[in-house]
Ligand binder design. Structure first.
Ligand code: PLP
Length: 401
């Protein structure tokens, strides 16, 4: 008998399962809207020209030595500046503890583990309902207890502002609250700047700890500073935030695993203590982070000309997605007169849209039209393009009527 005979079969990943079904489908018109990765107007993966240029500048020349535990310093300091802003007070005071991370996922996991070990008042983190599917297992495996707060209102396909406020107000003092900095995944619904200001006050009143996940900076509006409004505002209001960054989407560095985890501390001396503990936490996990992607991101962020080029490319990706939202909205409402209010398609932000399609409708779309999305009706807008958006709109119209 094998040692592993009692290991139970686990369920497949809900998102990667969609891609498998898509791959097995022979229909040439098939569309995959499940995966959260940008596609160009031909439906192909996109290598940013700024990334190619940065990579070409060091390939074959840079060595393959280990990085320090907290990563490539030229990258981590530039990445922190990108998030907090070059005028950030704690940054200029040297009070932000930073470490390179294995993309956004790794940042969340280090953050969860650090809070589980050192956050003094609570071991409970509250997530919005719904949230990115990986948040719950990440924080649970980090040693935190996971609870929920209301976020999305199915009836309006928008923010449940009243429910969100009520739930955050009711959290026990000192709890940890996870906030999506921008382009909330999976709903595409974000608070307004006015609402963020109110949230900052309520989080302060409840002595809550704000833990920001920023996986889409630049990708939401096309504007780096605008997308960082929430964490920057919280910091300017005196909150000591935790922040997770990913360069998967905004630089298209998905498989390179480039990210940053940071914590705002009170001064240089405290920052040094916190960073020493981040190192102690990371060393037995993976020793030190990968170097290649950090070199690419660091080269872009530290070279003014390349940075400017990259900003334009991020804007280009965001704008293509935004134009697909308009096209899809127009096709559904004007061309097909599809029943329902589709305004949320245009008002939602970032890579994803929660269409409001039901599970039976998403199943019919897959089986009859070879159109694939997650069961909750979430579509990746980046999977739509000039060549397939009409077929998609016609398919949605058929599924709804
Ligand atoms: N957080 C959110 C909300 C996400 O949507 C994602 C990716 O889909 C991530 C974090 C982390 O992604 P990665 O680990 O690829 O940077």
């Amino acid at each position: 008998i094998s040692v592993w005979s009692a290991v139970p079969q686990g369920p497949p990943d809900p998102i990667l399962g969609v891609t498998e079904a898509f791959k097995a489908d022979p229909n040439p018109r098939k569309i995959n809207l499940g995966v959260g990765a940008y596609r160009d107007e031909n439906g192909k993966p996109y290598i940013l020209p700024s990334v190619s240029t940065a990579e070409a500048s060091f390939v074959g020349e840079a060595d393959k030595e280990y990085l320090p535990i907290t990563g490539l310093a030229s990258f981590t300091s530039a990445a922190a500046k990108l998030a907090y802003g070059s005028d950030s007070a704690p940054l200029s005071q040297g009070a932000v503890a930073v470490t390179q991370s294995i993309s956004g996922t790794g940042a969340l996991r280090i953050g969860g583990a650090f809070l589980a070990r050192f956050y003094p008042t609570s071991k409970v983190i509250y997530l919005p309902t719904p949230s990115w599917g990986n948040h719950t297992p990440i924080f649970r495996d980090s040693g935190l207890e996971v609870k929920q707060y209301r976020y999305f209102d199915k009836s309006t396909v928008g923010l449940d502002w009243a429910g969100m406020l009520a739930d955050i107000r009711a959290m026990p003092q000192g709890s940890i609250v996870l906030l999506h900095a921008c382009a909330h995944n999976p709903t595409g619904v974000d608070p307004t700047q006015e609402q963020w200001k109110e949230l900052s006050n309520i989080v302060k009143e409840g002595k809550l700890f704000p833990f920001f996940d920023m996986a889409y900076q630049g990708f939401a509006s096309g504007d780096i500073a605008r997308d960082a409004f929430a964490p920057r505002h919280f910091v300017s209001e005196g909150h000591q935030i935790a922040l997770c960054q990913s360069f998967a989407k905004n630089m298209g560095l998905y498989g390179e695993r480039v990210g940053l985890f940071s914590l705002v501390t009170s001064d240089k001396e405290e920052k040094a203590r916190v960073e020493s503990q981040l190192k102690i936490l990371i060393r037995p996990l993976y020793s030190n982070p990968p170097v290649h992607g950090a070199r690419i991101a660091g080269s872009i962020l530290n070279d003014p000309a390349l940075y400017k080029q990259w900003e334009g490319e991020v804007k280009g990706m965001a704008n293509r997605i935004i134009s697909m939202r308009t096209t899809l909205y127009d096709l559904l409402t004007s061309t097909h007169k599809t029943p329902g209010d589709w305004a949320h398609i245009k008002s939602q932000i970032g890579m994803f849209s929660f269409t409001g399609l039901t599970q039976p409708q998403t199943e019919a779309l897959a089986s009859k039209r070879s159109v694939y999305m997650t069961k909750d009706g979430r579509i990746s807008m980046a999977g739509l393009n000039g060549g397939n958006v009409e077929y998609f709109a016609e398919s949605v119209d058929g599924a709804v009527k």
